[in-house]
Design a protein around this ligand. Structure first.
Ligand SMILES: *Cc1c(COP(=O)(O)O)cnc(C)c1O
Length: 440
């Protein structure tokens, strides 16, 4: 039994001053029971709680820590930038480097604008799509999360699911009615929605590899289908790559699956652990943004020098420093090759562990993102994900935590491997998993 007395005291205090004691709901451990631990140090693939316990971390600050925590290059970049001032409110050179990096790594992005979060990026991308097409309705998929903007907080995956409350209070029905929510990986409902709303749908927004209801992959041909049907109907295709961008490949899921969306949103990795988001796409669309066009979007701290410096360091470590001269693909970059290798090892090991314990598990993986569902049936969308035995997940989560392995505290979250995870870390994790599953 691991003692977490200091964490418990801090949480008790936090509850008095912060709603639910947390600044983002999934951190509260409501889905798994128990209390969150407080972390005051992270390095490589490990986090340390305030009681001095350490854990092998598969949350990776929910995605950004693809190189592991406190990577020396990122820390040095932030320190150097901070010495020159934390914010200027006027253009800084980092912004140009960042924009060139994103545009050269993601071919569908000709121009890009920075925001302070993935939420802002998705909100702004939707506004832009509406302004560009002069249409109001949007299509999203149930279980996909695109941040907590009003029109997007409808059937929105993990956080909302965890609390058994798919739609948020406070979103006027007048806003939500413009959002059409459909099941992922199914074609007929999408065709029907376009047929029933001729010339009214501005865009489809989709996580190309949905990672906010656990993790499931697009069926072969599904993203191609979304590309084609949007094109045929004068609607835009928005890939929300806040999680998958620079994670699945330098060019994100769109590189991996060979699809060209009209607009893409980013976040997480491009901030190297500082608060960042971005949205970009075709130049003719992006030029509808103020000050060139009629779609307003702004941010006091957008393009912040510390965040840009951290993100640039993160991405340059992934793809090399010469990216502006020679765009790189995943197979050219040692970190992505390693992530694939580690991912395959974890997948094989978890499947073995489940099999030998006789526990039905569907283990989904794409590169360094993964999710094990406690169900024997394949998981292709939210309805499938909901079949997972969540009581088992609770036991599994706490068993793993007691063995020093930190997984996301909800069945409906993806896990992340970083380049800082070693083979030995994976073996420890697999041994722990086998041990926990044998007690079921
Ligand atoms: C995390 C996430 C967001 C929201 O980003 P924040 O920075 O948390 O606002 C949006 N879309 C996807 C796919 C995400 O995973």
């Amino acid at each position: 039994m691991i003692l977490r007395a200091k964490s418990e005291a801090l949480f008790a205090e936090a509850l008095d001053y912060i709603p639910g004691g947390v600044n983002s709901p999934v951190r509260a451990f409501r889905a798994v029971g128990g209390k969150p631990f407080f972390v005051n140090k992270a390095k490589g693939c490990r986090v340390w709680d305030v009681d001095g316990n350490d854990y092998i971390d598969y949350v990776g600050t929910w995605g950004p820590a693809i190189l592991g925590h406190a990577h020396p290059k990122i820390i040095a970049a932030v320190k150097t930038a901070a010495d020159h001032g934390t914010s200027f409110g006027i253009p800084n050179p980092f912004e140009v480097t960042m924009a060139k990096l994103i545009c050269s790594l993601v071919p569908s992005v000709a121009k890009v604008r920075m925001t302070n979060s993935g939420t802002e990026a998705c909100m702004s991308a939707i506004r832009l799509a509406r302004g560009f097409t002069k249409r109001d309705k949007i299509i999203k998929f149930d279980g996909c999360y695109h941040g907590h903007g009003d029109s997007l907080l409808v059937k929105a995956g993990s956080g909302a699911l965890t609390f058994g409350n798919p739609d948020s209070a406070g979103v006027p029905a007048d806003f939500a009615k413009h959002t059409i929510v459909l099941p992922f990986n199914e074609t007929e409902p999408v065709k029907a929605a376009f047929a029933a709303n001729k010339n009214e749908i501005a865009c489809i927004i989709v996580e190309p590899v949905p990672g906010n209801a656990g993790l499931y992959l697009p069926k072969p041909g599904y993203l191609e289908f979304l590309r084609k049907i949007t094109q045929e109907n004068g609607a835009l295709l928005i890939f929300d790559e806040v999680m998958t961008g620079f994670r699945l490949a330098p060019g994100g899921a769109q590189e991996r699956f060979g699809i060209t969306p009209d607009i893409s949103t980013f976040g997480k990795i491009i901030g190297g652990g500082l608060p960042v988001g971005a949205f970009g796409g075709r130049a003719d669309i992006m030029d509808h943004l103020a000050p060139l066009g009629p779609v307003y979007q702004a941010g006091t701290l957008s393009g912040n020098p510390l965040a840009m410096a951290a993100g640039i360091a993160n991405m340059q470590e992934l793809v090399g420093r010469n990216v502006l001269i020679a765009p790189r693909r995943a197979e050219d970059c040692p970190p992505y090759r390693r992530l694939e290798l580690l991912g395959a090892r974890l997948e094989a090991g978890m499947k073995d562990a489940a099999k030998s314990a006789g526990v039905p598990v569907t283990f989904n993986r794409c590169g360094s993102m993964f999710c094990g569902y406690f169900t024997g049936e394949p998981v292709w969308n939210l309805a499938d994900a909901m079949k997972s035995d969540r009581e088992r997940f609770k036991k599994f989560f706490h068993g793993m935590l007691d063995a020093g392995v930190y997984l996301a505290p909800s069945q409906f979250e993806a896990g992340f491997i970083s380049t800082a995870h070693s083979e030995a870390d994976l073996e420890w994790t697999l041994k722990a998993a086998a041990g926990v599953m044998k007690t079921f």
